[in-house]
Design a protein around this ligand. Structure first.
Ligand code: IMP
Length: 185
């Protein structure tokens, strides 16, 4: 198990498999920071961070950028436990001015793509100059909706498993794990 640090016993007993350790995560985010900083040089982008799952990724990504940028937080909710409800609730956009801004949606994971589709439409409707997505994880799944918006930046592709850690939860648990793992059934 490559976690990049000590793993408390209680986590070991609940996590069946570690997919991504903290060291590869940190290296990959440094790379993304270089790519985004190069692509958005002079554009002062706005990172629109989708809570709650993206809070850890966003904190690391923001600090990997070497260009000026703004950070805004919104919420999107479609899951209960480990099941998507199919309906996406977006909140927190009130008072966020994105007119003529270059928006980078910061997502934790793209699974069916429903959340991303709903978010991209809402943000484009607010008059953003451009809207792209940076997702920490891309789940390789046959459930992906055919018209899911393109994801410009993605840190890792993962297998079709329900994962936790590095911000991602199962019923609000495990967000604090510094690695990405699969909870034992
Ligand atoms: P989608 O709308 O199906 O693409 O799902 C997107 C949202 O569902 C993500 O932003 C997560 O909050 C949640 N989600 C999807 N898969 C997982 C997972 O494996 N672990 C934790 N949350 C997940």
């Amino acid at each position: 198990m490559e976690t990049g640090g000590p793993v408390p016993q209680e986590w070991c007993s609940e996590i069946g498999e570690v997919l991504l350790g903290s060291t590869p995560i940190s290296h990959r985010i440094t790379e993304l920071g270089v790519d985004i900083s190069r692509d958005y040089d002079g554009k002062n982008p706005v990172l629109v961070v989708v809570l709650k799952g993206s809070f850890v990724f966003a904190a690391d990504l923001s600090r990997a950028l070497t260009i000026p940028h703004r950070v805004e937080f919104i919420r999107a909710r479609s899951y209960e436990g480990d099941k998507s409800t199919g309906a996406v609730q977006v909140t927190g956009l009130e008072g966020v001015d994105l007119a003529n801004e270059h928006v980078i949606i910061v997502e934790d994971i793209v699974d069916t793509g429903l959340t991303l589709k709903a978010l991209t439409k809402r943000l484009a409707d607010l008059g953003a100059a451009s809207v792209v997505t940076c997702s920490f994880l891309m789940k390789m799944t046959s459930r992906r909706q055919t018209n899911t918006p393109d994801v410009r930046y993605a840190a890792f592709d993962i297998p079709d498993k329900f994962v936790v850690g590095y911000g991602l939860d199962y019923d609000q648990r495990y967000r604090h794990l510094p690695f990405v793992g699969v909870v034992k059934k």
